[in-house]
Design a protein around this ligand. Structure first.
Ligand SMILES: C[S@@+](CC[C@H](N)C(=O)[O-])C[C@H]1O[C@@H](n2cnc3c(N)ncnc32)[C@H](O)[C@@H]1O
Length: 219
């Protein structure tokens, strides 16, 4: 997906992916990944997700990366919180306590940036990317994450002939294809969305939609 596509979405406030509350799967399944640890969490393609505040409130230092400076600014403003802004290349960093949002391109991150990270939360990051970019995303994630990192991954699947992403349909089998070589892939949930689910109705999807939650542990 071109960067311009996402900048336009934010400029026009066409951000149907943004949830005004904490993601239910995060809420329900985070302990399965993290136990009661307060390890540093990395949130790729983070938008202005409330999930980041939730993670931080649980005691986790957080690093999010997000392309749009509108998203980065809104994230703090809408929570009524202040961030110190540190302009730089390739990232401008927004800092609040030990919560940092790095404004820039995920693919510019290097291993040293994430050396303290032990946990990753991917909601609407992998599925935001078109099929051709997903292997590159996983490759880059593997290159920049420390060996011990574990990932909570939330995916979405639907009949790809019914809609053009984003969000893209990523079948469970593709998650295995992408991650099996380097991770122990444990699917902890598959949830078939009801026909009257807001997303299903809005997109007019007739042939079923499901969400899956995975815990990925580096081998
Ligand atoms: C579908 S949204 C999901 C946002 C967030 N994870 C959430 O749950 O609300 C994808 C986000 O990724 C950002 N994005 C897309 N490509 C990116 C890249 N290469 N580097 C950093 N952020 C990117 C977009 O601006 C957008 O905010």
């Amino acid at each position: 997906m071109e960067h311009e596509f996402w900048h336009e979405r934010w400029k026009k406030n066409e951000i149907g992916f943004h949830q005004g509350t904490v993601n239910q799967y995060l809420h329900d399944h985070w302990p399965e990944l993290a136990g009661d640890s307060t390890d540093t969490v990395f949130v790729p393609l983070c938008g202005k997700a409330h999930d980041i505040w939730w993670l931080h409130d649980r005691g986790h230092p957080v690093i999010g990366v997000e392309l749009s400076d509108i998203a980065c600014k809104d994230f703090f403003e809408e929570a009524g919180e202040k961030a110190s802004v540190h302009p730089g290349e390739p990232f401008t960093t927004f800092r609040h306590d030990d919560l940092e949002i790095w404004c820039g391109d995920f693919f510019q991150l290097v291993p040293d940036d994430l050396r303290h990270v032990r946990l990753v939360y991917d909601r609407a990051a992998l599925i935001a990317l078109p099929p051709t970019l997903r292997p590159e995303y996983v490759q880059h994630l593997n290159a920049i994450l420390p060996e011990q990192a574990r990932i909570l991954l939330i995916t979405l699947d639907y009949d790809g002939t019914e809609m053009q992403g984003p969000p893209f349909n990523v079948p469970d089998s593709e998650v295995h294809q992408l991650f099996d070589e380097d991770y122990d892939v444990r699917q902890i949930l598959r949830n078939d969305l009801a026909r009257d689910d807001l997303f299903v109705k809005r997109k007019g999807l007739q042939n079923g939609v499901s969400e899956s939650v995975f815990v990925l542990t580096r081998k």
